[in-house]
Design a binder for this molecule. Structure first.
Ligand SMILES: [Mg+2]
Length: 511
C-alpha cells in the first residue's frame, strides 16, 4: 500500500519549492500576459545588476562630500557620518525651503523634515494652500532611485549643519542643493564610482547567477531580449562579464544572451529625441559600416525609441521593459510609447518583511478603522435625528413641542458621548499608526502609504508600472507564459451595499 500521507507531504514540499516565496512575488498593477510579449528589455544598474546597497551608498556619500570640500565647503564636514534612514525613495526635496517631504497621492504633505527636525503640522500647512506642481516645477526634486538616496541624506545633513553650526558663504538652500548635485555629477563624470566598483567587485556587486538563468529561460521560450543602459561600454562589459560570465570581466559570452545591447542610451532622452544608433563590434569599437549588423547581437551606443521602432517595427504593446528608475525606466517609456513596463524596487522585500512582522498590529488597525466608521455612522444618524426632532418641535408649537424636549436632550447627550468616544478612538489610532510606522523607517514610515492614502510614489507606480517586483530573478518562480492579473478593487459605489450608511441595529430616522 502506498503511503498516501507521505506522498501528500512530498507534493506539498515540491509545490513550496517551486512557487514564489512571499517576498519574491511579482505584482501586477495592470493585467499582463507574457504570451503577448515578444521583446523583453532590461536596464542594467539596480535592475539586472544589484549592488550591496550599504557599501555603495556609503561610498557615494563620502566621495560626494569630498567633492563638496574640493568645491570650497569646510573640511570639518568630512566628519559627517552617513545615515541611510534620513531619506527614502519617494521623498521630495524642496530646494526653496530646504525641506524633505513625503506626499500622498493628492499631493498633500504628511511628513516633512528640515535637516533632522520634523516639521509640525502648522509648518506643513502652507503646502496645502494649492496643489503642488511636482513634475513641472524646478523647485522640487524627486528622489526616485536608490542612487539618489545618499545625496538626499547629504543635503539633509548639510541643512542640519547650517541650522546648528552655520556655514560660511551660505546663500540659499537652492544653491546648496545644486552644489550637492554638482558634486555628485562630478563624482560620476570623473569615474570615481565605476573605478571603485571595478577595483573591488565582490565588495560592491551582488553575484546572482539566477539572473542569467532568467535570461536563458526567456530566450529558450522564444523571446527576444535587449539591454538598454545609460552606463558606458567599458563598465557594462566589466560588470555583465562578472554577473553573467561567471565573474570573468573579460568574458564576452554574456553578449549572446541578448539580441540587442544599447549602452550610453541617455534615458530618458532616449524616449524623446530621435538619435541614430552607432553600431559597435564585439569589443565595443565602432563598426566601419553603420548598416544594421546582420548576425549576432546588435551592439550600439545612443539611439532612440524612434530609431528602434523604425529598425525593428515591433508593436509597442509587445515590448516589456524592466527597470528601477521610476521616471527614466517606467514613466518615460509609458508616456512616449505603448511599451509595457516593470518596476524593480528592491526595498520591497524589506517592506514585505515588516508588513508580515506587523500582521497583528495591521489587523488591529483594520478593526479600529471599522469601529471608527461605525462611530461616525452612528453620529451621522443622531445628527439627522436631532434635526428631525427639532423640526417636529417647531411644527407642534410651544404647547405640543415640550413633549419632545426630553428626547432632544437625550440625543444631544448621545452626540456628545459619541464625540468623546471618537476622540479616544482617534488617539488609539494615532498611537498605533506610530507603532506601525517606526519599523519601516523611524523617520518616514511606510514607503507606499502616507497614513491611509497611497504615497505619491505608490500612485506613480500604479499609474505607470504594469508589474513590479523586488528583483529580476523573481521571474524564475513563474512560467514564461505567465498571466499576471491585477487586482480590481470595487469602486466606492460598488461597495455601497456592503457598507451600510448607518450602523445596524440603530433606530431609523424614517419613522
Ligand atoms: Mg538603473
Amino acid at each position: 500500500m502506498p503511503d498516501t500521507n507521505a506522498a501528500l507531504v512530498l507534493a506539498e514540499e515540491e509545490r513550496e519549492s517551486l512557487l514564489p516565496p512571499w517576498d519574491r512575488q511579482i505584482f501586477a498593477c495592470r493585467d499582463l500576459s507574457l504570451r503577448q510579449v515578444d521583446w523583453i528589455g532590461f536596464d542594467m544598474d539596480y535592475t539586472l545588476l544589484r549592488y550591496h546597497t550599504e557599501a555603495i551608498e556609503q561610498l557615494s556619500y563620502e566621495v560626494a562630500l569630498q567633492k563638496l570640500v574640493e568645491m570650497g565647503y569646510p573640511e570639518a564636514l568630512l566628519g559627517l557620518r552617513y545615515d541611510p534612514q534620513r531619506a527614502i525613495r519617494g521623498v521630495l526635496v524642496d530646494k526653496e525651503l530646504g525641506h524633505l517631504l513625503q506626499m500622498d497621492r493628492h499631493r498633500r504633505v504628511g511628513v516633512a523634515y528640515h535637516g533632522h527636525r520634523r516639521l509640525t503640522p502648522a509648518e506643513c500647512a502652507p503646502y496645502h494652500a494649492e496643489r503642488l506642481s511636482v513634475s513641472s516645477s524646478a523647485r522640487f526634486y524627486l528622489v526616485d532611485t536608490i542612487f539618489s538616496i545618499p545625496e538626499a541624506c547629504l543635503f539633509c545633513d548639510l541643512v542640519e549643519w547650517v541650522e546648528t553650526q552655520g556655514l560660511p558663504n551660505f546663500s540659499t538652500w537652492e544653491v546648496m542643493f545644486e552644489d550637492v548635485r554638482r558634486a555628485v555629477d562630478r563624482m560620476h563624470a570623473e569615474g570615481h564610482m565605476h573605478r571603485a566598483v571595478i577595483s573591488d567587485v565582490d565588495r560592491y556587486l551582488c553575484y546572482e547567477p539566477e539572473v542569467g538563468q532568467v535570461l536563458q529561460r526567456f530566450r529558450a521560450s522564444g523571446k527576444k531580449l535587449f539591454l538598454l543602459t545609460n552606463s558606458g561600454w567599458e563598465y557594462t562589459q566589466h560588470v555583465m562579464g562578472y554577473l553573467l560570465g561567471n565573474k570573468d570581466p573579460l568574458d564576452l559570452g554574456w553578449q549572446n544572451l541578448f539580441d540587442m545591447i544599447v549602452v550610453s542610451a541617455g534615458k530618458p532622452s532616449f524616449f524623446v529625441e530621435d538619435r541614430p544608433f552607432v553600431w559597435l563590434d564585439r569589443q565595443g569599437q565602432p563598426l566601419s559600416s553603420q548598416e544594421l549588423p546582420v548576425d549576432g547581437p546588435c551592439r550600439a551606443v545612443g539611439g532612440s525609441l524612434q530609431q528602434m521602432n523604425d529598425l525593428f517595427g515591433v508593436v509597442g504593446e509587445r515590448i516589456l521593459y524592466v527597470g528601477d528608475h521610476l521616471y527614466g525606466d517606467v514613466l518615460s517609456p509609458k508616456k512616449r510609447s505603448n511599451w509595457r513596463t516593470m518596476w524593480i524596487f528592491e526595498e520591497l522585500e524589506e517592506e514585505l518583511r515588516v508588513l508580515r512582522m506587523l500582521a497583528a498590529e495591521l489587523e488591529e488597525r483594520e478593526h479600529l478603522w471599522a469601529e471608527q466608521r461605525l462611530l461616525e455612522s452612528e453620529r451621522s444618524y443622531q445628527l439627522l435625528l436631532f434635526e428631525r426632532l427639532r423640526q417636529e418641535r417647531t411644527m407642534l408649537g410651544p404647547a405640543g413641542g415640550s413633549i419632545l424636549e426630553e428626547r432632544i436632550c437625550g440625543v444631544q447627550d448621545r452626540i456628545a458621548q459619541l464625540q468623546q468616544e471618537e476622540r479616544a478612538h482617534n488617539k488609539r489610532l494615532r498611537e498605533l499608526d506610530a507603532r506601525i510606522a517606526h519599523p519601516f523607517n523611524p523617520h518616514w514610515g511606510m514607503r507606499f502609504r502616507e497614513q491611509r492614502e497611497y504615497s505619491y510614489m505608490a500612485e506613480q507606480m500604479r499609474g505607470y508600472a504594469c508589474l513590479y517586483a523586488s528583483r529580476v530573478s523573481n521571474f524564475l518562480f513563474y512560467p514564461p507564459v505567465q498571466f499576471f492579473h491585477a487586482p480590481q478593487p470595487p469602486l466606492p459605489h460598488e461597495q455601497a451595499l456592503q457598507l451600510p450608511l448607518h450602523a445596524p441595529g440603530q433606530e431609523g430616522v424614517r419613522g
